[in-house]
Design a protein around this ligand. Structure first.
Ligand code: NCD
Length: 347
């Protein structure tokens, strides 16, 4: 499958995903700062973020840099020509004259596709409003695959609980579509009233033969749940909605993990989590629990995004080396709690 742009997970099938993940595995030693790669030497990325971002913007940028490329970026509307009324098509065409690939995050659903329609340079959707976030879904699926490999589990037949803002959460929209490409999954969808998964998306997943269960209450047992994927309430996308039933009862905390999940449940979150007083997001008390994969998940973003660039720009074969060793000092494990997970040799 030759991809020109990556706009939606609808463009992917299991073979294309497997090919991308093989590239991501080859990129791991580069992402983990063991090897140095110059595959994109001379290439320039345009990283255009018209919405707030930390990990997507920085991990796309570092992925491009670690492949030997350079990055130019813009942040927000204020300092871009869109503040002067320029159209997406004009911005896209002009910037394409300067760079070799574009990553776009924009508050409007379909905006990345509009960028892509105006250029032959590869465009990657870094999040289009409440629409999709394909690179996040790929790194989520990659993380699930790695965690399951360690636990001896398979994606076919898995029980996945998706929790939080399933209406506006674009990471959930993309991830459930990707998971639906596999067989016989059981999804438990737990959302406060008003923030349920869009109907048509649930129906499309059910049509592929998966079981869907809908809930408003978090603290109830989840039989043999394999993955718990918690999300932030996307208040910035609300159009005046008042959500009912979103209270401390919705916090993914120690009582929930120990009381409703299993000893091998993988706990995930696309991040950022909302630490404000009236938010009931994933509790930091779980960070030290080995089931909590949130930072292994965010770390995977670099290798998966390197794979996406390598595939779109046709340099996948160069990731396999020979590659020079990195010459600078870097820690053996990225975070203090990672020691038992970052075993490059056994991956
Ligand atoms: C997500 C997003 O932007 O959709 N963040 C991310 O890219 N990891 C999730 C969110 O903002 O809650």
């Amino acid at each position: 499958m030759k991809l020109q742009h990556l706009l939606s997970v609808d463009q992917l099938d299991p073979d294309a995903i497997a090919a991308l993940f093989a590239l991501a595995r080859a990129a791991e030693p580069i992402a983990r700062r063991r090897k140095v790669c110059r595959a994109l030497e001379g290439a320039v990325l345009g990283n255009l973020f018209f919405e707030a971002s930390t990990r997507t913007r920085i991990s796309f940028a570092t992925a491009f840099c670690r492949l030997g490329g350079a990055v130019c970026d813009t942040t927000g509307f204020t300092f871009s020509s869109m503040a002067k009324g320029e159209s997406i098509a004009d911005t896209s065409r002009v910037i394409s004259g300067y760079v070799d690939a574009l990553v776009v995050r924009h508050p409007e659903r379909g905006a990345a596709a509009k960028f892509a329609a105006a250029t032959n340079v590869p465009v990657i959707n870094g999040g289009d409003g409440p629409g999709e976030h394909p690179s996040q879904a790929l790194l989520d699926l990659y993380t699930i695959g790695r965690e399951f490999a360690r636990l001896g589990k398979r994606i076919d037949g898995a029980h996945v609980a998706l929790i939080g803002d399933l209406r506006y959460g674009r990471t959930v929209h993309s991830l459930i579509k990707l998971l639906a490409l596999y067989r016989g999954l059981h999804f438990t969808l737990i959302a406060p009233a008003g923030l349920e998964l869009p109907d048509e998306l649930g129906k499309a997943v059910a049509r592929r033969g998966h079981a869907l269960e809908f809930r408003r209450v978090l603290h109830a047992p989840l039989a043999d749940v394999d993955v718990v994927y918690a999300t932030r309430i996307q208040r910035e996308r609300f159009a005046g909605e008042l959500i009912e039933g979103y209270s401390a009862e919705f916090r993914v905390d120690r009582a929930f993990l120990d009381g409703c999940c299993t000893p091998s449940t993988v706990l995930m979150h696309p991040l950022p989590r909302d630490a404000s007083r009236d938010a009931y997001d994933l509790s930091p008390e779980l960070d030290t629990d080995p089931r909590c994969a949130i930072f292994r998940q965010s770390d995977s973003g670099v290798a998966v995004r390197m794979a996406i660039f390598a595939a779109l720009l046709g340099v996948g074969h160069l990731l396999r080396g020979p590659l020079a060793d990195a010459r600078w000092l870097s820690p053996t494990h990225i975070g203090p709690l990672d020691a038992s997970f970052h075993t490059l040799d056994t991956d």
